[in-house]
Design a protein around this ligand. Structure first.
Ligand code: GDP
Length: 146
């Protein structure tokens, strides 16, 4: 049994290194920072979202004015997707990546270090245990998790 509440999900989070950070060659440094912060990688892949898949992943933002921009950006190049394990993974990872807008992100956070703007903000982190499950299932089969 892992985790506390339901014995399974609350010690995992899902992340993507977004196309901006990937294109700038930051993937290695970001993965290193994630590991140094105490997260264990339990799934990892490099892939590229189609516009359709990006729209599906961010469907919750469909009504937002930036939705098309977000879909275009997220399907513009390769990404690195991963599932990470650590106690309190979702909240601790949100702290590690920093605020959505890098201008507002705390010093030393991944977005402060590697992101350029609120749209092109280097990295994704699940915002809840429920979304971690949905997002991890979107990218990884059971055979790809360790
Ligand atoms: P997150 O949970 O910190 O990733 O932030 P949100 O769930 O609010 O937004 C999801 C993603 O949409 C963000 O990470 C950004 O890539 C993008 N996004 C949010 N706000 C804006 C915006 O004002 N403009 C653009 N272009 N993209 C945005």
């Amino acid at each position: 049994m892992r985790g506390k509440k339901n014995g399974f999900m609350d010690n995992r989070t899902f992340t993507m290194i977004k196309p901006d950070a990937f294109a700038k060659g930051y993937s290695g440094a970001i993965i290193d920072k994630i590991i140094q912060a105490g997260f264990k990688i339990v799934a990892l892949k490099m892939t590229k979202l189609s516009a359709e898949k990006a729209g599906e992943f961010y469907a919750i933002h469909k009504a937002r004015p930036f939705f098309q921009e977000l879909v275009d950006f997220m399907s513009s190049g390769p990404i690195v997707a991963a599932i990470l394990e650590k106690d309190n993974a979702v909240a601790d990872f949100r702290t590690l990546i920093g605020a959505t807008d890098p201008a507002k992100a705390a010093e030393g956070t991944i977005r402060k270090l590697y992101a350029a703007s609120v749209g092109e903000n280097a990295i994704h982190g699940s915002d809840s245990d429920d979304n971690e499950k949905i997002e991890s299932d979107f990218f990884f089969s059971v055979l790809e998790r360790f």
